[in-house]
Design a protein around this ligand. Structure first.
Ligand SMILES: [Zn+2]
Length: 339
């Protein structure tokens, strides 16, 4: 294909016109350099202000505080230190503390190890209640670490993020618009699992669910929301299969609230089939419970570089905004619960 001489003149004039328009139409603040953006992270850079009284910086400070303890594996001094920290924190905010303790056979030593679920009750007089839960133990070792599988595992995202989120949510529990009874349940021994998968998962949550059935309390748990791995800077939250099977209405309700708040991190699609603490709650206790979990970190495209169960699961991978984005949704959901 060729162009005629007049054709070239027309092209030249058009180009000149475009250049003039380009120079005159200059947005305030000048031109910003354009960087390539991962479509998954497009909302991450936008500024986010959580609804009061939630604070991203404070939530992040809690996450760092927990990680500073070091390993918080079931039955270790680090776990005891964490238990003291959490008890003092929630009592100060007006929560009623209930410890649910029992013995479990340690997968390595064969000796009994004490497992302790922490229940924080808000308005314990209310008989119609919901459960907001997280595991607060850390895996004993970073057994997917490419270099050191017996190094220190602090579980910034896997363990600390959802625990810190509940610490932050404690500040909102005096809100008069919450009419339902709320129990925060921090499960111990979610993954007392050593190398070669030696050990058990969901020990604390299974016991909690069994007790609810064997020794029914005077109150009723209407539904539950489990949070796990919600701290990643690049937050991506999908429905997991079990949540959608056991509590489809609740899952839709929560993701609809997120959409209403403009939080694109919540995608209403079933992506993962995740085994987590919500299974015993659904299957044993029959409490319809969903799991808000980000299993794709750092991104869906780089699962092979995932820091899951490695020494790289450290606070620098996490963001206070991710925590308060999830909490904003949970808080709004709580306010919509009528007893
Ligand atoms: Zn884990």
């Amino acid at each position: 294909m060729q162009r005629t001489k007049t054709g070239w003149i027309a092209v030249f004039l058009l180009a000149a016109l475009v250049a003039v328009v380009f120079v005159l139409w200059k947005p305030k603040g000048g031109w910003q350099p354009q960087t390539a953006t991962d479509p998954l992270t497009q909302t991450a850079g936008k500024s986010w202000t959580p609804p009061a009284p939630l604070q991203s910086a404070r939530a992040m400070k809690y996450l760092e505080q927990l990680c500073a303890i070091g390993s918080r594996t079931t039955g270790t001094p680090g776990m005891v230190q964490q238990q003291q920290l959490l008890q003092a924190h929630f009592e100060k905010l007006g929560g009623r503390i209930v410890w649910q303790s029992f013995q479990h056979r340690h997968p390595q030593t064969g000796q009994p190890v004490e497992v302790k679920n922490l229940i924080v009750q808000w308005h314990p007089d209310r008989t119609e209640r919901v459960v907001l839960c997280s595991h607060y133990d850390t895996r004993p070792f970073p057994d997917r670490d490419p270099k050191n599988r017996t190094g220190l595992f602090v579980g910034a995202n896997d363990g600390a993020s959802s625990t810190a989120a509940l610490m932050e949510l404690g500040h909102a529990m005096a809100d008069k618009s919450i009419k339902i009874g709320v129990d925060f349940v921090l499960f111990d021994a979610e993954e007392l699992v050593f190398a070669d998968q030696k050990g058990d998962y969901f020990i604390g949550s299974t016991y909690f669910a069994q007790q609810y059935v064997a020794d029914p309390p005077a109150y009723h748990y209407r539904s539950g929301i489990l949070m796990d791995m919600i701290g990643d800077k690049d937050l991506q939250l999908y429905y997991d299969k079990a949540s959608f099977t056991y509590a489809p209405q609740l899952a839709r309700e929560v993701w609809d609230i997120a959409r209403g708040l403009g939080l694109k991190e919540f995608s209403p699609r079933v992506v993962h089939d995740i085994r987590d603490d919500h299974l015993p709650l659904n299957e044993i206790a029959r409490i319809p419970t969903i799991d808000i979990i980000d299993f794709d970190y750092p991104t869906a495209a780089s699962r092979t570089r995932s820091y899951w169960h490695t020494m790289a699961d450290s606070p620098d991978k996490c963001s206070g905004d991710s925590l308060t984005k999830v909490l904003a949704v949970v808080l709004e959901w709580l306010k919509r619960q009528t007893p």
